[in-house]
Design a protein around this ligand. Structure first.
Ligand code: SF4
Length: 185
C-alpha cells in the first residue's frame, strides 16, 4: 500500500452525505488508527465530522449518496464549485444506489403509499412546509448533475479501499484499487 509522505501544506478535504445513509462515512471511519495519519496530511472543511456549514475552497470533495431533492442539488453544486477533485463515494453516489429503486414506482405513488396508505396512518398528509426541500422526480447519481473526477463503488466501499484511494491521491498518484479492494456490493 502506498504510504503518503507529509506534504508541506495540508490538503483541505470536504465531505458530505446527500441521499445516503452515512454508511460510507462509517466506512471512512473504519480506517481506524490511520485517521491519525490522515490528519497529519489533511484538514477537514465542511463535513459531518466538523461544524462547518458551507464548503470553502478545497482540494478534495468526497460525497456519499445520490441526489433526491433540491437541497442535494444545491450542496452538490457548492462542492463542485469549491473542490478541485470531486469523488463519488459508494453505490448511491455512483449509480443512485438502493434509494433509486423509487424511480420504478413514481414519486406521487411513493408519497401516497407512505403518507396516506401506510399501516397505522389515519388522515395522513404529504408534508408541504416550504422549509422542506422538494423531492426530485427521480433519484439520480452525482454525474448526472455535475462533473465527477473519481468513482469509488461499493455499498459501502471498505475502509481499506478508501484509505488506499486517498493515500494514492494525496501522494499525487492516480488512485488505483486492486482486485481485492474493488467491489460493487
Ligand atoms: S452506498 Fe451504501 S453505505 Fe453508502 S450511502 Fe449508499 S446505502 Fe449507504
Amino acid at each position: 500500500m502506498t504510504q503518503p509522505s507529509a506534504p508541506k501544506k495540508k490538503l483541505r478535504v470536504a465531505t458530505t452525505s446527500l441521499a445516503g445513509c452515512f454508511g460510507c462515512h462509517m466506512s471512512f471511519l473504519d480506517i481506524d488508527e490511520r485517521l491519525l495519519q490522515l490528519l497529519e496530511l489533511v484538514e477537514f472543511d465542511r463535513s459531518p465530522l466538523t461544524d462547518i456549514k458551507h464548503c470553502g475552497p478545497c482540494d478534495i470533495g468526497i460525497i456519499e449518496g445520490g441526489i433526491c431533492n433540491g437541497e442535494n442539488v444545491h450542496v452538490l453544486r457548492e462542492f463542485r464549485k469549491n473542490c478541485k477533485t470531486l469523488i463519488a463515494l459508494g453505490a448511491c453516489a455512483v449509480t443512485g444506489g438502493l434509494p433509486a429503486q423509487r424511480n420504478h414506482v413514481g414519486l406521487g405513488a411513493c408519497l401516497q403509499e407512505v403518507y396516506h396508505y401506510s399501516l397505522g396512518v389515519e388522515n395522513g398528509q404529504i408534508p408541504n412546509d416550504p422549509e422542506l426541500p422538494l423531492l426530485l422526480d427521480k433519484v439520480r447519481p452525482l454525474h448526472e448533475v455535475v462533473r465527477v473526477d473519481y468513482f469509488i463503488p461499493g455499498c459501502p466501499p471498505s475502509g481499506d479501499a478508501i484509505w488506499k484511494f486517498l493515500s494514492d491521491l494525496i501522494a499525487g498518484h492516480t488512485p488505483r484499487l486492486t482486485h481485492g479492494l474493488l467491489h460493487f456490493d
